[in-house]
Design a protein around this ligand. Structure first.
Ligand SMILES: [Zn+2]
Length: 421
């Protein structure tokens, strides 16, 4: 089957940038009356001295203060469940998720609510393809996000979820699985497992396309997956709040912005857009009538590139995601807050201080938690802490006991040693 014709909607994706800007400004003007029905949004506008009529163009958006993702947990706690940002009655939702943060995420009932069909189409997914979906289906929205997008494209979904490595590797052989969605590291894991068990790529394994997210796809990993397993891998950038924000095309040179999200790359301190080509925080406005997040600060750092792409799409591209604005690192696709570690360590009074060290090794994120203990540490302390981290806050981490002098007062709680090259 041909994997060409890579557009979900060619006219929309290849329109002139000025036409896109005009269409998005129009959509924003139509959205605002709905958005300000939500008391939380109305209050945000009032505090900034803004009226919705003052927002006529996309440039006007810059006047709206950034709503920070990092502030959502507290805002939701204060005004449950959705910080009064939901623009429809709760009864109109189809699902509610809880993503790490913790943050509650509402889902409306549109067929491809999280807008992944466009990214999947660009990645080569086609009607009738059998696709193994290895994103989590419980609590967090990732599994259903992709599921809805895959169904919109017409794919047959194997809702595999996370884990069960051996079963997942066997499914790749037992069924004519053409597509994969999940993290890049897990794709390599199950393909290697299948190969170790005697399945030959191309003969026993029919996997050809993958859309990955929630982890770093290095050039070397992409090459391994293509050369050794014949899988074309594309990535998407998404958040649990917004759904799909940007996605790769065949050029594999940055991620095109989705047509229904307005993205500005902004100075994290001022919230003002930075010049194109400079790094800044991804601030997104979802043209979503259910949960219209206006100027949502994702906390992710990237660069906007408006150069023409050879695929024919005219939407600007985000170059790769460069890291996190604040100190909440994204580890294996999940935000891990130092608070979570603190919570698990509460049961260990001998620990006086801690530091999270994140590295990138063998295409995977590796977390080490250093704990300072005064005097001699009790036997087995590191193991017991590792167990507490795993059981209490679902964190896989190596634990290293250090002298208090190694973690002086004021030492950073998060040290991210990953290189984003
Ligand atoms: Zn392109």
């Amino acid at each position: 089957m041909s994997r060409r014709g890579p557009f979900l909607d060619r006219a929309q994706e290849t329109r002139a940038p000025a036409r896109r800007a005009a269409a998005q400004a129009g959509a924003l003007r139509r959205l605002l009356p709905r958005a300000v029905r939500a008391p939380g949004t109305r209050a945000r506008f009032a505090q900034a001295g803004l009226t919705r009529r003052g927002l006529r163009t996309l440039d006007d958006l810059a006047a709206v203060p950034v709503l920070r993702k990092g502030d959502l947990p507290a805002l939701q706690e204060k005004a449950p469940p959705f910080a009064e940002l939901l623009a429809v009655p709760l009864a109109r939702l189809s699902r509610i998720y809880l993503s790490p943060g913790p943050i509650l995420d509402p889902e409306g009932d549109a067929p491809d609510y999280w807008r992944f069909a466009r990214a999947l189409t660009a990645a080569g997914f086609r009607k009738g393809d059998l696709v193994q979906n290895t994103f989590a289906y419980h609590l967090t929205p990732a599994g259903m996000m992709l599921d809805l997008g895959l169904r919109r494209v017409g794919c047959v979904v194997l809702p595999a979820g996370v884990g069960n490595t051996e079963i997942q590797a066997d499914l790749l052989r037992r069924l004519p699985v053409i597509g994969y969605v999940g993290t890049p590291a897990f794709l390599l894991t199950i393909l290697e497992k299948a190969r170790d068990r005697g399945a030959a790529p191309g003969r026993d394994l029919r996997l050809r396309v993958a859309l990955v997210s929630g982890g770093i796809l290095s050039d070397s990993l992409r090459k391994t997956l293509r050369d050794d397993f014949g899988v074309t891998v594309r990535q998407a950038y998404a958040t649990a709040d917004l759904g799909c924000v940007a996605y790769e095309c065949a050029a594999e040179a940055g991620m095109h912005l989705d047509e229904d999200v307005i993205v500005q790359v902004c100075d994290p301190r001022t919230g003002r857009p930075v010049p194109d080509g400079e790094p800044g925080e991804v601030v997104a406005t979802a043209l979503n009538p259910v949960y219209p997040l206006i100027r949502f600060g994702t906390g992710d750092l990237s660069v906007l590139d408006r150069a023409r792409c050879r695929c024919g799409r005219t939407a600007p591209r985000l170059t790769r995601i460069l890291g996190r604005v604040d100190e909440v690192p994204k580890i294996r696709g999940m935000f891990v807050h130092p608070r979570q570690v603190e919570e698990a360590l509460a049961a260990f009074p001998e620990v006086t201080r801690f530091q999270m060290v994140v590295r990138h090794r063998n295409h995977d994120d590796v977390l080490t938690v250093k704990v300072a203990v005064a005097g001699s540490a009790p036997a087995g302390l590191a193991d017991r802490i590792a167990l507490a981290l795993r059981e209490k806050v679902k964190l896989r981490a190596a634990v290293e006991v250090v002298e208090p002098a190694a973690l002086p007062e004021g030492a950073k709680r998060v040290v991210d040693l990953r290189t984003w090259d």
